[in-house]
Design a protein around this ligand. Structure first.
Ligand SMILES: Cc1cc2nc3c(=O)[nH]c(=O)nc-3n(C[C@H](O)[C@H](O)[C@H](O)COP(=O)(O)OP(=O)(O)OC[C@H]3O[C@@H](n4cnc5c(N)ncnc54)[C@H](O)[C@@H]3O)c2cc1C
Length: 386
């Protein structure tokens, strides 16, 4: 049954306690040098939060997706940055559902203990973007390995991860009946291959996200690192996308909560023209509207997670949850900017950082138009537009 109050209260409290040790000064210092929050991610891993979805027999806690979503939500609602560790949770599903027993035994316990980080997901390519099935990175079987050549872009955290989940074409487009066929998914050992067919270059970006470009030049990936069957990779990735949307949507709700809370506190404290600014309806109503939007987004995220955890088709709900949460989060950040006025530009208030960080949800991991086209086509039955 879907919980209505703040579900998983002990889990939320435990996450908040951990996050209290990583205040704004910590995140601002990292931004200055574009550095990875290694201590924070290590602490989350040690506390078992990042292995929430790994079954107990492989060293995790085997919790439902909603629990993982709550962890990410509370991280962001505490002012920290969940995106630096979230990929492990949503990439995991591909390995959990489609990996062989041998692969699970080999990787999952080490991921759960923190010995291995699985934080990089190589999908987007510079020339094909949202048109994933047209991607050009090729993996060709040669004896007991695949030779991979091509390029990815915007691969987050590739320089801070031991493993990358990579999608590449194993059968040329011209030889498949459907564009979705002939793509395969691999686990690539980043650390062992750097400089040997694998090159990673950081991208300077608007937020500290460890963004990179990844180049593959005849990289050798052992055939045993293929996940599931060759040619079925797109289906495996799609499977995980509903989980990804629910997790990212809930994470966005957490950011929105932080922004709204910051703005409301400021509106109660800041006095101009002899009264607190929050007394003015021009300031109060946008804040109230953000609360309404975030509540609605929260409900959609819960509903989508409840369907996912019940094993029911949740494509429509996961997409709607991500869309409304992405907009509610950025709206809250934008209203927080307006509420703090000039002080919102001072980095010590953290609002400008959250404003930059919440903008991404409407673009990545999937842009709003792609969600709308999914709803148009698959929910409303309208003609496919591309
Ligand atoms: C900070 C950051 C981190 C990221 N991390 C990762 C990562 O870890 N791994 C990874 O694989 N990718 C990652 N991405 C990439 C991200 O998933 C893509 O940027 C996103 O999917 C959009 O693809 P694109 O940038 O190529 O845009 P494009 O596909 O070029 O689209 C540009 C715009 O046009 C719109 N558009 C395109 N085609 C249509 C159409 N037919 N109808 C209507 N509108 C259309 C899109 O909605 C979008 O708004 C990241 C991106 C950023 C910025």
């Amino acid at each position: 049954m879907m919980a209505l109050g703040p579900d998983f209260p002990e889990l939320r409290e435990a996450v908040r306690r951990l996050c209290a040790g990583y205040p704004g000064t910590y995140w601002r210092a990292l931004e200055k040098t574009d550095s990875y929050p290694t201590e924070f991610i290590t602490a989350l891993t040690k506390a078992g939060f990042l292995s929430a979805l790994i079954p107990e027999q492989y060293g995790g806690s085997g919790l439902p997706l909603r629990a993982a979503a709550v962890i990410l939500e509370e991280i962001n609602a505490s002012g920290c940055v969940a995106s630096q560790g979230h990929a492990q949770m949503y990439i995991m599903g591909t390995l959990l559902r489609h990996g062989s027993e041998e692969q699970k035994q080999r990787y999952l316990p080490k991921i759960a203990s923190g010995e291995l980080r699985l934080q990089a997901f190589g999908v987007t390519e510079p020339t094909t973007g949202s048109d994933t099935t047209s991607l050009k990175t090729r993996a060709t079987r040669v004896g007991d390995y695949y030779e991979v050549t091509g390029q990815k872009v915007w691969t987050s955290r590739a320089l801070h991860s031991d493993l990358m989940l990579l999608i590449a074409r194993t059968t040329p487009l011209a030889e498949v009946k459907k564009k979705t066929e002939g793509l395969s998914v691999f686990l690539v050992d980043i650390k062992a291959n750097l400089g040997h067919g694998l090159e990673i270059r950081p991208i300077e970006a608007m937020i500290n996200h460890g963004a990179t470009e990844v180049f593959f030049d005849k990289l050798r990936v052992p055939a045993e690192n293929l996940i599931g069957e060759e040619g079925k990779g797109f289906k495996y990735i799609l499977d995980g996308m509903n989980a990804e949307r629910i997790l990212v949507g809930t994470e966005a709700v957490g950011d929105g909560r932080w922004c709204l809370d910051r703005a409301v506190r400021y509106a109660k404290e800041r006095s101009v023209f002899g009264r607190t600014i929050g007394q003015n309806q021009g300031v109060q109503f946008p804040l109230a509207r953000c609360h309404v939007d975030l509540k609605m987004a929260d409900m959609m995220c819960r509903r989508a997670a409840a369907l996912f955890d019940a094993g029911v088709d949740c494509g429509e709900d996961a997409n709607i949850a991500k869309l409304v949460a992405s907009e509610a989060a950025f709206k809250a950040a934008d209203v927080a900017m307006q509420t703090l006025g000039g002080f919102s530009y001072a980095t010590e208030y953290e609002v400008e950082r959250k404003w930059r960080e919440t903008r991404i949800y409407q673009i990545a991991p999937i842009s709003t138009n792609m969600i709308l086209s999914y709803i148009g086509q698959h929910v409303l039955g309208l003609e496919r537009s591309f």
